[in-house]
Design a protein around this ligand. Structure first.
Ligand SMILES: NC(=O)c1ccc[n+]([C@@H]2O[C@H](COP(=O)([O-])OP(=O)(O)OC[C@H]3O[C@@H](n4cnc5c(N)ncnc54)[C@H](OP(=O)(O)O)[C@@H]3O)[C@@H](O)[C@H]2O)c1
Length: 268
């Protein structure tokens, strides 16, 4: 830009990456170029939220995705949950996966659903998110479909031998299973910019309590469970002051179903 003799440069947002962090802007200013920063900064950041989040915190942007019935049940008491939402919402959920670098589930979901966590959309040829399994006391089934996709596995304590088919087995002990703050820091150090937490209720609850969730995508299937099966989020709701305010950023109808996007106030 300096060599080309540009007179004036307009910058939306200064790259927070410590390796650059305005150094190029200083060089241009030193060369006599007029540089204006912060023009439409919020819009620029919204365009690439995961990048800005990762570069300024070292952690990926974490989206918690939950699909429930209208009355908030994420699975039946017998563990069945397919399908709470219809084809349009499920296609949308695959698009959501495609927007994330990694997709994370607990071993409870691996044992119950044996998911692949890949993007399955007609004509999709883009990158596939890295699968991440958070394991606990129970062993992950060696025949789990995810082992075909070289998952990153976190365990609360050392396992006798690394899982066959896993990309890495990382020991990340926490107070109650795996330390989820440690997981996001490790994923950030691996260059993962965004993670979609896809459940189930125990990981959803633990992720919220660990304070790692930046935004939420709720799919409400046009169904009423009519009773208690598995909640969307495990744990107890003791008193009304335990609630946290969110801003609903988008409401979308998907066929008969509904998608609600929300962010915690601090993430705005
Ligand atoms: N509707 C939806 O959006 C949705 C999405 C996914 C799953 N599901 C349903 O949810 C059910 C499975 O529920 P789930 O709660 O067992 O699944 P999960 O949250 O995916 O897995 C929970 C397991 O992860 C392990 N874990 C390790 N560290 C943990 C930590 N810090 N916090 C919490 N868990 C930790 C524990 O394994 P150990 O018990 O071995 O210690 C725990 O039982 C299935 O019925 C599935 O169909 C629904």
């Amino acid at each position: 830009v300096i060599d080309a003799g540009v007179a004036r440069v307009v910058v939306g947002a200064v790259d927070p990456d410590p390796r650059v962090a305005g150094a190029g802007i200083e060089r241009m200013r030193d060369a006599g170029i007029e540089v204006i920063t912060g023009v439409e900064e919020a819009a620029v950041r919204r365009n690439d939220p995961a990048y800005f989040h990762h570069r300024s915190t070292g952690r990926p942007l974490v989206t918690l995705k939950i699909a429930t019935t209208l009355d908030g049940q994420s699975a039946a008491a017998d563990g069945t949950s397919q399908w709470i939402t219809g084809p349009d919402a499920r296609r949308d959920a695959h698009r959501l996966r495609s927007e994330n670098d990694a997709v994370l589930v607990g071993n409870g979901t691996v044992l119950a659903d044996d998911p692949r966590l890949d993007v399955r959309l007609d004509g999709y040829t883009g990158p596939q998110p890295r699968p991440v399994i958070v394991a606990g006391r129970r062993a992950i089934s060696p025949t789990a479909a995810l082992f075909d996709r070289a998952p990153l596995v976190y365990t609360p304590r050392p396992v006798p031998e690394p899982y066959d088919g896993a990309d890495q087995t990382v020991v990340m002990p926490g107070n109650d299973g795996v330390d989820l703050v440690g997981v996001v820091k490790h994923l950030g150090s691996e260059g993962v910019l965004s993670v979609l937490v896809e459940g189930g209720p125990k990981i959803a609850g633990a992720a919220l309590r660990a304070g790692i969730v930046d935004q939420i995508v709720l799919y409400f299937g046009a169904k009423l469970a009519g009773g208690i099966g598995l909640p969307a989020i495990a744990g107890t709701f003791d008193t009304i002051s335990d609630t946290r305010d969110v801003s609903i950023t988008q409401v979308t109808r998907l066929g008969p179903d509904l998608r609600i996007d929300a962010v915690f106030e601090r993430a705005l």
